[in-house]
Write a protein that binds this ligand. Structure first.
Ligand code: UDP
Ligand code: MG
Length: 321
């Protein structure tokens, strides 16, 4: 194939779908996605990343591929997590516009048509904003609110509300993201950090078609903390202020005790107050060490420079790979 003809055969749209134990969703997903994509007047490819699934996700994807020359399957060597699976898909996408979406049909494929329309108007990023958070408990909603509030105040990037990974990005944007070398990939933050001109469309998030969510409360908390520490140094810096305040108060207290002792003589009660200040300061010091440890661990991960993900095999539709 010449360079020109390989250029010509590049698709306009890439849909990137990370899949982890989604065997029961694959047929449903393609049953709904392909008619939508075929109805658009653009050439397209679908890239599914099998993120180390323990069920028959890979087999089912390869079955679909037999009849669908648009499907490319990336099989990772183990479970790397959604963010890295998504990165693998972005690296291998070739479309002029790229849409990441979930495999569980919570992201309606029909919304892609609206995104493309906005993209054609010249916007480089088209967010899809959920109009209602279905299936979320009150505590999850409060947690999300608190997280966004803290993130906005502590980092330089503004995370748009109710916007997840479902969006359209121009090739320029994807190329920029692909150049970012960091190993901790908080995609929401990375998407927001790169900027570009954006528009938004609104969609109604569906229920998960089959299977269960892969994120429990602990994983979400860890994810939120990782996101925060990859986009802000505030948790590191705040301790100098805490230290300065505590030392100033301690200094004032020392002066007060000295004067009191000089005027009224020696008085030795206060076992509790000694114990309390030792425990309090000990606690703060351990917390600080923990935070420094967290950042140090992150630096360690970056310095090792290991690949973001490992591909066991790339299954191209014509049998190459
Ligand atoms: N996913 C993945 N690797 C993981 C966890 C999840 O590729 O380790 C994929 C999953 O298959 C789905 C998407 O990420 O396509 C979103 O996952 P899920 O629906 O469980 O998340 P939720 O919608 O509950 O936030
Ligand atoms: Mg889901």
């Amino acid at each position: 194939m010449t360079a020109v003809s390989s250029q010509l055969s590049l698709p306009t749209l890439s849909v990137v779908i990370p899949c982890y134990n989604e065997g029961d969703n694959i047929a449903l997903l393609f049953g709904r996605l392909l008619p939508v994509l075929n109805g658009l007047d653009v050439s397209f490819e679908v890239i599914c990343i099998n993120d180390g699934s323990k069920d028959d996700t890979l087999g089912r994807l390869l079955d679909v591929q037999k009849g669908e020359p648009c499907l490319r399957v990336i099989d990772l060597s183990r479970n790397f997590g959604k963010e890295k699976a998504l990165s693998a898909g972005l690296f291998h996408s070739r479309g002029q516009a790229v849409v990441p979406m979930d495999a569980d049909l919570q992201h309606p494929p029909e919304a892609i048509a609206d995104m493309i329309a906005k993209w054609r108007e010249g916007f480089e990023v088209v967010f899809a904003r959920r109009d209602a958070r279905t299936g979320q408990t009150l505590s999850e909603k409060l947690f999300a609110r608190a997280f966004y509030w803290v993130f906005d105040h502590l980092s330089d990037v503004h995370l748009p509300r109710e916007v997840g990974d479902f969006r359209l990005m121009d090739r320029k944007v994807v190329d920029t993201i692909n150049q970012m070398p960091e190993r901790s990939r908080f995609m929401k933050g990375i998407f927001a950090w790169v900027g570009y001109r954006h528009a938004e469309i609104v969609y109604r998030q569906g229920e998960r078609a089959a299977g269960t969510t892969k994120f429990n409360s602990w994983k979400l908390l860890r994810f939120a903390f990782d996101g925060l520490t990859s986009f802000s140094n505030f948790p590191l810096r705040v301790w100098s202020w805490v230290g300065a305040t505590v030392s100033s108060l301690a200094f004032l207290y020392i002066v007060f005790r000295l004067i009191r002792t000089m005027i009224w003589g020696i008085d030795v009660p206060g076992y509790e107050s000694t114990l309390m200040s030792v425990l309090f300061l000990g606690g703060i010091q351990l917390l600080t060490l923990g935070i420094i440890g967290d950042y140090l661990g992150r630096v360690f991960d970056e310095v090792k420079g290991r690949p973001l993900f490992i591909i066991r095999q790339l299954y191209e539709p014509d049998g190459k790979g």
